[in-house]
Design a protein around this ligand. Structure first.
Ligand code: GLN
Ligand code: ZN
Length: 760
């Protein structure tokens, strides 16, 4: 019996790597020190993993920035514009990651994309016609040797050729097919070299296999590996998949000559049934992804053993390697870093380090004839039964008793639209913003002082009210039509609501890499979510009291709160979303009864957990995510206008579902995606009024009045004037106050100009 992990976090237990790399960026850390620190970090982790008793210890899962970018470098996929800078290897690498602006030139970074259904982002490799895939450097071998010298025999891991080619962008006339043979050659060279080094196993990650594949894709995959596996010598190759199941190509995979296959039994709904139906090849090792690599809850051994026991009917026990469902990159380092959580809570969590212990325990238990007597097993069972006893709640009943009526807003959209038109009497092309205004140093330091107890709640509230007053004044002066209070009381749109709802926990050090040196600290949904008291009412009421114009109440929606947190595993995502929806709904009702006439419920992360496979989109996700949003606002009056806002992704594919959220107005981040979304709106007869961002708030650039007039006119060619709103493409909190004011002034002027032109 053995155990394995697919990869380990790499940013450092205290984010050491982040700080070293950022110091290097700033020029305050010499390269030698950076390399030294990174080496020390790698060795520390290898030792820790080895000491836990793990059998398959990964190497080359380390990265200074991103694993896809590492692979691009390894394969010489370096666009000309970066080569031309003539920087050293490491600086070229960082130039691709974050752009370069200096004496040697000015180039933008490569684009970044979401890594499958995680909140991690990878750098998208760019293939140019001149790109020559070949082995470019020897880091993977160095890391292997480094570990070996240190006394740790590792399993190098690498992103496989198929996933790499599928995720790359093709810039010239050449397509994926043109790079297949060079990629095979390069990977063959890697195999050969590892063979020479005496490496026993290599893990080749092919997560793309859990996405919807065409017969062509499968043929390419098959061709690549048929070639590659021919000359692997003594090296054993495990094909590693994660984030789902390989239903489109399991038979093909099984028939190829891999030494091991890694399957995900957590997110891979069909993994078990594939083995049941097709079987498992006699000589192969099954790397069974049993422990959730994406969530922070302790593993429930009883459930894991049910899977392992069934697997053992198809695969001999000694050919099963117990592992994680995906790399541990997606969870924080260790619960021991948490001082504020109680022991009673902590005992339920397993971060990366604790998952190593679980792997050791599971290995031991599974090897026993009758594990039901094992104390480790029994303790685990009682841990979960204790929790089950604690988690009885009225919320569950409330959710069960919801009917279609609770999810439906009446009167219907068209009727409401007419009522609201008369009620608000807004000008054509109403102008507004997405919610937040610049978070100045003063605001941040006030919050820090408040948290340290240096400001009383009363003093802090007063300071925020001063800011709200300034902000309302500014917006009136600029001439915006629908105002906001500015969100000065919020650090983060999810954390703020989490902190004000019962049932959420926060870690002090639960950092997870989001991209490069950036980490996020997701809240943990611990228990049933409840609103114990109003959250935003006081500030909104105050803001509205300062002006005759409508002030938009600003809330974060249930799906976004859920998607940016670690969810519970003892209830479904649907149930969790509905719990949050009920809590936010109470806030909506309170805002309405306190005179707030427009309420925006942000769903910035609506698409984040859309299943990887299209066939699962509705049944697994949209069928509850959209109703959860509707539940939040279904109870409001016809004269209360509901807005929502979305960003960070491409929405074209789910436009119809977005329309059925039944908001009155939606704003999109659209200024960067070339208004592509507008065409999608038209094709789908989108009925919700829309505010596709007229300028990009992610850059400090101030759009000119003329430029904005043009943007609005282009939009008007495609969107009915009665439906178009004018706004920036996202919240303004990361911008400076000067550029924000200048941009909004231009936006309002441009809008007035267009109104004038239209009425001539
Ligand atoms: N209302 C939020 C803000 O303006 C929306 C943020 C977001 O979409 N990410 O900051
Ligand atoms: Zn946004």
């Amino acid at each position: 019996m053995k155990n394995s992990i697919i990869g380990y976090p790499r940013i450092g237990k205290h984010r050491e790597l982040k700080f070293s790399v950022e110091s290097y960026f700033k020029g305050t850390m010499p390269v030698e020190r950076l390399l030294e620190d990174a080496g020390a970090l790698r060795r520390k982790q290898w030792k820790l993993i080895k000491d836990s008793g793990l059998d398959f210890i990964p190497s080359n899962d380390f990265s200074f920035y991103d694993g896809m970018l590492d692979t691009a470098n390894l394969l010489n996929v370096i666009p000309e514009c970066y080569k031309k800078l003539n920087l050293g290897n490491l600086d070229t690498y960082f130039a691709m990651a974050r752009g370069y602006q200096g004496e040697k030139g000015d180039v933008k970074a490569l684009p970044m994309k979401k890594w499958f259904n995680t909140n991690y982002h990878y750098i998208v490799p760019a293939m140019e016609d001149s790109t020559q895939i070949k082995l470019n450097h020897d880091k993977i071998f160095q890391y292997y040797s480094e570990a070996l010298e240190y006394g740790v025999k590792t399993k190098p891991v690498i992103i496989g050729p198929f996933t790499f080619l599928k995720l790359a962008e093709y810039k010239g006339r050449k397509t994926l097919n043109d790079y297949i043979n060079p990629a095979i050659d390069a990977y063959r060279d890697i195999f050969t070299k590892l063979n020479e080094l005496g490496t026993e196993w290599i893990q080749v990650d092919e997560p793309i296999l859990v996405t919807d594949l065409t017969p062509d894709d499968i043929a390419i995959f098959h061709a690549i590996y048929t070639e590659l596996l021919k000359e692997k010598g003594n090296l054993k190759v495990v094909l590693q998949t994660y984030f789902g199941d390989v239903r489109d190509c399991y038979s093909e995979i099984a028939a190829l000559g891999f030494d091991g296959i890694g399957l995900d039994f957590v997110e891979g709904k069909k993994s078990l049934s594939l083995i049941r139906e097709v079987g498992f090849p006699k000589e192969m090792i099954l790397f069974a992804g049993i422990i959730n690599g994406k969530n922070i809850w302790r593993n429930e051994y009883r459930k894991s053993l049910v899977i392992l026991n069934e697997l053992s009917h198809y695969v001999e026990k000694n050919r099963i390697v117990i592992g994680t469902s995906c790399s541990l990159l997606h969870v924080p380092y260790t619960i021991n870093n948490e001082k504020d959580l109680s022991e009673k809570e902590k005992i339920y969590f397993a971060f990366a380090e604790e998952k190593l212990t679980e792997l050791a325990e599971l290995k031991e238990i599974f090897a026993e004839e009758d594990y039901t007597n094992s104390s480790t097993y029994r303790n685990n069972v009682s841990l979960f039964s204790e929790r089950a006893k604690d988690m009885h709640s009225e919320v569950t009943q409330k959710i069960e008793s919801l009917s279609e009526r609770d999810l439906t807003r009446l009167p219907v959209f068209r009727e409401r639209a007419g009522i609201q038109k008369d009620f608000f009497k807004l000008p054509q092309l109403p102008t507004t913003t997405i919610g937040s205004f610049p978070q100045t140093d003063e605001i941040k330091s006030n919050r820090a002082m408040f948290k340290k107890g240096q400001l009383t709640p009363g003093q802090y509230t007063e300071k925020i009210k001063e800011k709200i007053k300034e902000c309302i004044g500014l917006q009136e002066k600029i001439g915006l039509d629908v105002l906001v209070h500015g969100e000065f009381e919020r650090n983060d749109m999810v954390e703020y609501f989490g902190e004000n709802l019962d049932g959420c926990l926060f870690t002090q050090n639960g950092w997870v890499q989001s991209y490069g040196t950036r980490c996020v600290k997701p809240p943990i949904l611990w228990g049933d979510i409840k609103r114990t008291e109003p959250i935003t009412i006081e500030y909104l009421k105050f803001a509205q009291s300062l002006t005759d114009k409508p002030v938009k109440g600003m809330l974060t929606g249930p799906v976004t709160i859920l998607n940016w947190s670690f969810p519970r595993e003892d209830i479904s995502l649907r149930e969790a979303a509905f719990q949050i929806a009920l809590a936010i709904k109470e806030e909506v009702q309170d805002l309405e009864s306190n005179g707030i006439r427009i309420i925006q419920i942000d769903e910035a992360a609506l698409k984040e957990k859309l299943p990887i496979r299209k066939a699962d989109w509705h049944s697994e996700y949209l069928d509850w995510a959209i109703p959860a949003f509707r539940l939040v606002h279904s109870g409001v009056k016809a004269t209360t206008q509901i807005h929502t806002h979305m960003c960070y992704s491409e929405f074209e594919e789910i436009i119809k579902e977005i329309d059925s959220m039944d908001a009155d107005v939606i704003s999109f981040e659209a200024s960067r995606s070339n208004l592509l979304i507008i065409d999608a709106l038209n094709e789908n007869n989108f009925r919700t009024a829309v505010g596709p961002g007229v300028y990009d708030i992610h850059s400090p650039r101030i759009p000119s009045e003329d430029e904005l007039i043009q943007v609005i006119q282009v939009m008007l060619e495609k969107i009915d004037i009665e439906k178009l709103w004018i706004n920036p493409d996202c919240g303004l909190k990361t911008r400076g106050i000067e550029e924000t004011t200048a941009s909004l002034v231009n936006m309002v002027k441009a809008t007035r100009k267009v109104r004038q032109l239209l009425n001539q």
